[in-house]
Design a protein around this ligand. Structure first.
Ligand SMILES: CC(=O)N[C@H]1[C@@H](OP(=O)(O)OP(=O)(O)OC[C@H]2O[C@@H](n3ccc(=O)[nH]c3=O)[C@H](O)[C@@H]2O)O[C@H](CO)[C@@H](O)[C@@H]1O
Ligand SMILES: C=C(OP(=O)(O)O)C(=O)O
Length: 421
């Protein structure tokens, strides 16, 4: 298994190009199931999760071409299987995003239930409840969601909580349904809005995306379209935490600062000097970070996907920060590993109290999930001595060439591949 080896202490200086957002690209790839026509997507990041989704779509009969410049063309004219098998779903929860499109377009789907994962239980009951309200006959059988519907019917759906992939699944189901669907308590995340933008280009009638009430008027068919995936606000935020912890000055290109409000505010509180333009962020850090507490919440609040990275920054801050994780019940797996590097963190339920220490010391640590891995990389860059981050397959699910991007701004970081290890 690949590992990363980091020699801490280098300041980060230079430019990094931000990739397309994983969490926008995944539902958008699945939306290709909604039409027989070709869909051309630009700025698709090269990530393991994207590879898994393309494999999943391929085994259903979706043809795709992937160019080196991040363009992916898909055509679902030859779909012959309406099943998402456990072998693929178990490696990536977002596979559940084929459920809505398959049901809307083919009236049938058999999708393996995703297993429990590192950050929480993550049930899909709201996806099922919404589709059932639209008239689908849905059962759980042998670990699969088995769904059937002649044609889904538009209705009003109020989810019990804000769910990102739930909103996306229901929106993709509703675009081909009979009549109007209203999604109340909808997720406002920029990735949901980006999916809606693609669907509108395909001929869907959607209003209110980006708000908590999305209104969708179903149409009989959708057509081909071309779309550029929005920039990854979490990747950009991760690099900003890295410069916050290691010091230096970086310019992020092809970024979307307008989607990063809560993260930029908190990083400014922590002492980073930040300037933004339409598609760039410049950040400079010349001091010890100030302790900065965060409470995660739905967009536009502070994202749970930035909690671990913000915690890494706080481990070396001046003062004590209180971090509250409100979205996932088990998203503190990085705490134990950060403590192995000398961090002082106490957890009580959803709350972590981080008392900043002057220095972290390099250690061998284990990555347990995607953002936990990123937090360990940040800690390794800021600490003294060598840090080895094991099990980085989690990192490769969601970051494109992270070590190359960090090396290009001066980090001493190497990938040790399985063969060389
Ligand atoms: C591929 C993708 O876009 N992943 C993102 C998406 O995950 P994902 O869409 O899986 O997360 P949700 O927004 O659905 O989860 C929010 C909360 O609702 C709960 N819940 C959700 C659905 C449901 O049917 N029942 C239920 O109880 C979850 O367990 C969680 O506690 O949003 C999360 C929250 O911003 C991010 O951390 C993930 O990076
Ligand atoms: C939790 C994440 O992703 P996923 O929902 O794909 O597990 C994430 O991107 O941090």
């Amino acid at each position: 298994m690949d590992k990363l080896q980091i020699q801490g202490g280098n300041r980060l200086n230079g430019e990094i190009a931000i990739s397309g957002a994983k969490n926008a690209a995944l539902p958008i790839l699945c939306a290709s199931l909604l039409t027989d026509d070709a869909i051309a997507l630009h700025n698709v990041p090269r990530l393991n999760d994207i590879g898994t989704t393309l494999r999943l779509l391929s085994q259903m009969g979706v043809r795709h071409d992937r160019a080196a410049d991040g363009t992916v063309e898909l055509c679902a004219a030859g779909v012959h299987s309406l099943e998402a098998p456990y072998e693929l779903v178990k490696t990536m929860r977002a596979s559940i995003l084929v459920l809505g499109p398959l049901l809307a377009r083919y009236g049938e789907a058999r999708v393996s239930l995703p297993g429990g994962c590192a950050i929480g239980q993550r049930p899909v009951d709201q996806h099922i409840k919404g589709l059932a309200a639209m008239g689908a006959d849905i059962r759980i059988e042998h670990g699969f969601v088995v769904a059937k519907a002649k044609r889904l019917k538009g209705t009003s759906i109020l989810t019990d909580m804000v769910t990102v992939t739930g909103t996306e699944n229901l929106m993709m189901a509703a675009v081909l349904a009979d009549g109007r669907t209203v999604l109340e308590n909808a997720a406002r995340e920029p990735e949901v809005a980006d999916l809606a933008e693609l669907l509108i280009k395909m001929g869907a009638r959607i209003q209110g995306h980006g708000t908590d009430r999305i209104v969708i008027d179903g149409v009989d068919r959708l057509h081909g379209a071309s779309h550029r995936i929005v920039a990854d606000r979490i990747e950009a935020g991760t690099f900003l935490c890295a410069v916050g912890a290691a010091g230096g000055e970086i310019m992020l290109r092809q970024a979307a600062p307008q989607t990063m409000g809560a993260t930029l505010d908190k990083l400014r509180d922590a002492g980073l000097e930040i300037e933004t333009g339409p598609d760039w962020v410049r950040a400079c850090m010349n001091r010890r970070p100030r302790a900065t507490g965060v409470r995660t919440s739905e967009y536009p609040g502070f994202p749970t996907d930035m909690q671990a990275q913000m915690m890494a920054l706080n481990t070396i801050a001046d003062g004590t920060a209180v971090i509250v994780e409100n979205i996932f019940e088990n998203r503190y797996m990085h705490v134990q590993e950060l403590c192995r590097m000398g961090a002082r963190i106490d957890i009580d339920g959803h709350t972590a109290v981080v008392t900043g220490v002057p220095n972290l010391s390099g250690a061998t640590v284990m990555a347990t999930d995607l953002r936990a891995s990123a937090s360990l990389v940040i800690a390794g860059l800021a600490g003294y001595g060598r840090t080895t981050v094991e099990r980085i397959y989690h990192l490769d699910r969601g970051y494109e060439r992270m070590e190359e991007k960090l090396r290009s701004v001066g980090a001493d970081i190497q990938r040790i591949t399985r063969e060389a290890a």
